[in-house]
Design a binder for this molecule. Structure first.
Ligand SMILES: [Zn+2]
Ligand SMILES: [Zn+2]
Ligand SMILES: [Zn+2]
Length: 64
């Protein structure tokens, strides 16, 4: 588990959140979410965090 292997190459960091994801998380990081009125985050995958102050999106709204 802790040893790096050649399969590491396949795990590129996500374009949106920077996380390296496994095969079971591909959908979360690549599948577009049609979330609504916020034009900044519509069509982004679920892992994307929208930093827009007025974002009303329940999927992407930055919570922190
Ligand atoms: Zn991601
Ligand atoms: Zn959104
Ligand atoms: Zn948004």
């Amino acid at each position: 588990m802790s040893q790096p292997s050649t399969s590491e190459v396949e795990r590129l960091p996500c374009l949106y959140c920077g996380e390296r994801y496994g095969p079971d998380e591909v959908a979360r990081h690549t599948e577009p979410v049609e979330c609504g009125p916020c034009i900044t985050c519509v069509g982004k995958p679920a892992c994307f965090e929208c930093r827009l102050m007025y974002c009303v999106c329940g999927v992407h709204r930055y919570d922190g």
